[in-house]
Design a protein around this ligand. Structure first.
Ligand SMILES: Cc1cc2nc3c(=O)[nH]c(=O)nc-3n(C[C@H](O)[C@H](O)[C@H](O)COP(=O)(O)OP(=O)(O)OC[C@H]3O[C@@H](n4cnc5c(N)ncnc54)[C@H](O)[C@@H]3O)c2cc1C
Length: 261
């Protein structure tokens, strides 16, 4: 039996871009470039390593996002994933984490899965809650924040590193796992991989394909929304201490002034 691995990847605004809120207080994605969330590259990498170890495995990358989110899927396909699924619908605009987990759960039931792998958090919303919400909706176990993961004999096992201790965890498949940025360097797509990705299938789905109504997602369906957003004050240049013999004293006075010491 082929091991069906599905990796949830998010398309996020480039953090180096000038990110700001749109009139409806969602993140304005129009004039900001987007990319595959860096933390999800680790999830794709772990899926590729598990597939390398397995007798027979297939990797599907799944995203819920606007049209440009296809770029995130292409990047994951060029790393080595086999196929992709893109859930795209205008009514998804402003969907909160609960709504995103609902759409992902429906898409996973449509695609079929044994192991769902996600990143530890997205690099824009950064809540780190979708994997747990997903596991709850799918009624399967979750093993989160793994720095090491493996699959054998119908089980997923892994190591989670905490401040005080490391835990060895396991769960029976089907299951949802999330991996950290300590789980191993993500590979760069090769030129061959980039060319092959252009031919790999991308299935597009909308809400009706998943049996979902517009009022279950988007700003209308959101359980939490942004009421107000105020731009953070621009960062000041900071204090520059030019050491002409009194540098140490000036630094100590500055640190004391800031109550750092
Ligand atoms: C600045 C900002 C603040 C926000 N605040 C809130 C809030 O307070 N409450 C709220 O409910 N929503 C909030 N949202 C919306 C929320 O980001 C989205 O609903 C998002 O899809 C899920 O939350 P997350 O990005 O924090 O995901 P996380 O829970 O951090 O994501 C964890 C993992 O889930 C998977 N994943 C997440 N989103 C997707 C996706 N669209 N497609 C495929 N896989 C995905 C990825 O593997 C990712 O690594 C916020 C968004 C932004 C940009």
């Amino acid at each position: 039996m082929s091991l069906r691995i599905v990796v949830c990847v998010k398309y996020v605004p480039d953090a180096t871009g000038d990110r700001h809120f749109a009139e409806d207080l969602t993140v304005d994605r129009d004039d900001v470039d987007g990319l595959l969330s860096e933390l999800d590259e680790y999830a794709v990498e772990q899926a590729l390593q598990i597939a390398d170890e397995a007798d027979d495995a297939e990797i599907t990358v799944l995203t819920v996002g606007p049209e440009d989110a296809k770029d995130a899927l292409r990047k994951a396909l060029s790393m080595g994933a086999d196929k992709a699924v893109h859930v795209e619908d205008d009514d998804l605009h402003g969907t909160d984490a609960l709504g995103t987990s609902l759409v992902l759960a429906k898409a996973l039931e449509h695609v079929g899965y044994d192991l769902v792998i996600s990143g530890m958090a997205s690099t824009d919303g950064g809540m780190g809650v979708v994997p747990a919400m997903l596991a709850e909706r799918l009624g399967v176990p979750q093993v989160t924040l793994l720095s090491e993961v493996a699959v054998a004999d119908g089980k997923v096992t892994g190591r989670r590193d905490g401040d005080a201790a490391s835990e060895q965890l396991e769960a029976s498949l089907p299951a949802v796992v999330s991996v950290t940025d300590q789980s191993g360097e993500a590979r760069y797509p090769s030129f061959k991989g980039i060319m092959a990705a252009k031919k790999k299938p991308v299935e597009s789905l909308d809400l009706s394909d998943l049996g979902l109504e517009a009022d279950e997602v988007g700003l209308d369906g959101a359980w939490s929304k942004v009421d107000e957003a105020t731009e953070r004050p621009a960062r000041t240049a900071g204090t520059i201490v030019k050491d002409e013999g009194e540098g140490g004293k000036q630094l100590a006075e500055f640190l004391a002034g800031q109550k750092f010491i």
